[in-house]
Design a protein around this ligand. Sequence first.
Ligand SMILES: Nc1nc2c(ncn2[C@@H]2O[C@H](COP(=O)(O)OP(=O)(O)OP(=O)(O)O)[C@@H](O)[C@H]2O)c(=O)[nH]1
Ligand SMILES: [Mg+2]
Ligand SMILES: [Zn+2]
Length: 274
Amino acid sequence: MKNNSIGKIISINKDLYTVMNNNSLFPCTVRGKLKNIKLTVGDNITFNKDTLTIESVEERKNSLIRPLISNIDKLFIVISTHIPSFSSYLLDKFLVLSEYNNIKPIIIITKMDLCTKEELKEIRKYIKYYKKIGYKVYTNKQIKKIKKEIKNSVVAVAGQTGAGKSTLLNKIDKNLNLKTGEVSYSLGRGKHTTRLVELLNTCEGLIADTPGFSSLELDIDKSEISGFFIEFGYECKYKSCTHIKNEGCKVIEKVNKGKILKSRYDNYLKLIKE
Ligand SMILES: Nc1nc2c(ncn2[C@@H]2O[C@H](COP(=O)(O)OP(=O)(O)OP(=O)(O)O)[C@@H](O)[C@H]2O)c(=O)[nH]1
Ligand SMILES: [Mg+2]
Ligand SMILES: [Zn+2]
């Protein structure tokens, strides 16, 4: 009789797969035909508790790459105001990535303590706008609310190197004890402090600190992108409108009237050009 249990892969180290089942961890290996499938962190699997082998894998609801992680419910998009400086483009790109993969995005702003009064005003304008179009936005001071978002969810944390992802997780749960670092640059590229991806058990949920999905390539059809700018879709009456030419385009009209944030529109144009 096979003694199969269900579990979730929470980390992978070479040929060793750590599987979580009822809050206990099991070091498992893979054999047979499953060896041909690249299993990922976040995979829901069945495994044999006696032999500690993974027997089957469930279909994934989504997968993010670099780092490879699957079955994500929420993406914490960590955006800093300084070092690295605020990038609405990166934020919008992460939002499109979330929408495309059916992951609920949560925007978390860091390093507001480094802002001048003027900069704070600017950042607050963004926060207000993103909230208005339906996104949740927190600052990294709102730890209680962020903790609640983890409960019963599988969360991945995205954001540039140095944005403060690991620092945030350490604030959420000091037992995680993640390594954080000064932003260091070699050959002009940010060097990530966080390397491996694993799901960490905290706040009655699972969260993966990541090196930030650094090479963020969106493999999305051009014509689909406007649908992931959630406030564009219902604005324009022309279903197939790409919002590039003016004639009767409601999106352009709203941008001109200041109802759609200019940066959102500019970032949209930049994305479809890419
Ligand atoms: N002033 C200020 N510094 C912060 C804040 N959050 C993080 N930092 C600092 O920013 C630096 C980088 O933070 P990390 O948490 O290592 O950044 P990370 O996003 O995990 O970076 P990688 O692991 O390389 O992707 C550290 O020196 C932190 O102390 C903040 O809210 N304010
Ligand atoms: Mg880190
Ligand atoms: Zn249009």
